[in-house]
Design a protein around this ligand. Sequence first.
Ligand code: HT7
Ligand code: ZN
Length: 883
Amino acid sequence: PKEVFLKDYKKPDYLFESVDLKFQLGEDKTIVSSNIAVYPREEGASSPLVLNGSDLKLLSIKVDGKDLKMSEDYKLDLRHLTLVSPPNGAFKLEIVTEIDPIHNTSLEGLYKSSGVFCTQCEAEGFRKITFYQDRPDVMAKYTCRIEANKEKYPVLLSNGNLIERGDLEDGQHYALWEDPYKKPSYLFALVAGQLESRDDSFVTCSGRKVALRIWTPAQDVPKTGHAMYSLKAAMKWDEEVFGLEYDLDLFNIVAVPDFNMGAMENKSLNIFNSKLVLASPETASDGDYASILGVIGHEYFHNWTGNRVTCRDWFQLSLKEGLTVFRDQEFSSDMGCRPVKRIADVSKLRNYQFPQDAGPMAHPVRPHSYIKMDNFYTVTVYEKGAEVVRMYKTLLGATGFRKGMDLYFQRHDGQAVTCEDFYAAMCNANGADLANFLQWYSQAGTPCVKVVSSYNAEAKTFTLKFSQEVPPTPGQPVKEPMFIPVAVGLLDSTGKDMPLSSLYSNGVQKTISSGEPVYTTVLHFNKKEEEFVFSNIPERPVPSLLRGYSAPIRLDSDLIDADLFFLLAHDSDEFNRWEAGQLLSRKLMLSLVSDFQQQKPLALNPSFVDGIRSILSNTTLDKEFISKAITLPGEGEIMDMMPVADPDAVHAVRIFIRKELALQLKQELLAAVTNNRSPGPYVFDHENMARRALKNTALVYLATLNEPDLTQLVLSEYKSASNMTEQFAAMAALAQNPGQVCDEVLADFYNKWQHDYLVVNKWFALQAMSDAPGNVENVRKLLNHPAFDMRNPNKVYSLIGGFCGSPVNFHAKDGSGYKFLGEVVVQLDKINPQVASRMVSAFSRWKRYDEDRQALAKAQLEMIVSANGLSENVYEIASKSLA
Ligand code: HT7
Ligand code: ZN
């Protein structure tokens, strides 16, 4: 397989002015005609024109109306069509191809999902539709004519405006769409099928009325209300926060059940995985509602960050994805509860991105190379990329950040640009010098920062001494220091923030505040080692470091347990309050893991129980915050901190602590259940979600005790639940204890919901994640369940993905979990390489485990790499994991 390198980037020799496409959609084959106006980027150029193409049958090719001859005029191989010597100057290129969407199970290019034709072109799917320069820096204006049977495909959609429609002979009809904005091929979209829409409208800040339509099969239209609410909220938010207005008179969203990722931001025709559109209180959980809000926002926000200003090449992916994730995080924060959202985002980063950054697939936010671009839609590009954007805001302030965004759009609207262009806009708009900040784009690995504090009572100074280390990652053995913004506050002995007046670092005295008191300041730590001295500090403070998690780093401080309990009780920065609790939990879990490994009896520190008790009974705290603060760090996070990951020990310790807490805090947990029952019908707002979150967390704790009266309590919550959030949480609580009750509830749930594939996926996932010994056999059986289908990515993510996310069974000592995944990956790769490569990633951390497990996992990876006809997608992940 060929590796592509960022350093080899070259501008295209030819550009496309316009593209007129015609699709004749058939039950058997589809014919695609394309008519491209080509011109050389520089006058007089006469190099060959290389077009990408994959799985295409070429029917004809003409230049300026004249048929071309194979070998003489053009060459064809499995991936390219090359025009040997195109005319000098501008010319028309007409190409007709035949494609087979019905048998396209890769869900890339044009395919059929439940009878609906739809497309997925990002990253390189357009080349499965027609021969084209399939790269984001080739931007053109498109028209798209769709012809299809009117009865089977009454709705015909593409990008832009509908300019003509009508009937044809033989029961066919057509629609002609025109997109007035230049776009790269990855934003092209087409949909044809039997769909109905929920219609609404939005009046933009300049008074234009935009028609909004969400398309689904007729029976699902009632479940699109929340998606429409989310879309309108996102449109308003982008106007208010960034001054960005929607630029067409129509915005369509289509929901399809078969989709490799969450959604796709095609210009004015977003295509969504149904699970991120359809919701009703009975069938969707609070988590689903929140995801829909965030992803509808995310795809809508791409209209400016991604579509109007796009990426020069795929290495720049984080330019649009990191920025758009940051924007959707901010949107969800503003619509809900900021600290709770921040906690959720940081947990995701720690649980998924940190392990990636420490493993064989570690790559910078802007990767240097790839074999298959699809493999680089990663938590590093998305989530760490969003943290990089957040750091600009932390360093420049809200107003400075907005100035930078304004300049970015002013300079680059309609262009395909790079991460340096974004950096330059941020710096230039603020006259700022962010020195080595660009390292965040090119160096992989999570920086480890150490901080030591000291107080000088005589001088009344408080000193923080920082040092940093960026660990080596594949291909990057030695690292430069990073620019790390550290937001700091200092607490006095009553727990109040001290006003910060001045700071000394690098031989320079800086005034923090001479007027209004300032309680948090951002230190610019960009050297290997650096000292910051606060003056006018009247007593020894407890520092609150990295407030709001101001940089994506691992912080190792000299805070002692007493400081952490103090911060947990008093910090005005709610994120750091939660963080203090997590630090205590992590320390406790690691020390109990060591006891467990040495076969010592496990015992819980009473002050830890008291800390949790005081959080649980604090009536002034946000309830969702409480729910998060009493939840222990995930098993993956703890394993990540061990020299050799021990899934059995970590699992046993987590279960032990949860049971012990449940036992000692039973009364408080029971009160959390009874005080937080639904007062009425389901409402999606923060207050109600927070109440449900606390009640559900309390139920999960109580159910760990497996006592008959508590089981009855949870069972009655399951039976009386009037929404999916509470019904599913009660079932999950009961599922912790395999046995008759658990089996009965699982059967009851399936009977109730077998008609709803999205709910059935939750049922698959819950069983897949079970820690019951030997659960692999149950999961194998579920592969043959009539509701399971390997061709549907959501089902694979629920059952196979769920299984791999459960450490005890996936990492079973006998290798049964690894063997199962190995078999599935080989089978799945033949159906859908993108989904198969996501699954094979579960093996990537195999070197973190003991020798026996390493040998078992390695054998599976070797078996996969040597499988016949393996896709490049799976090859890239499996071979890099083995390296
Ligand atoms: N920009 C979208 C990316 C995407 C994608 C990438 C590879 C293969 C399939 C895909 N479906 C969607 C999604 C986003 O907004 O991030
Ligand atoms: Zn995106």
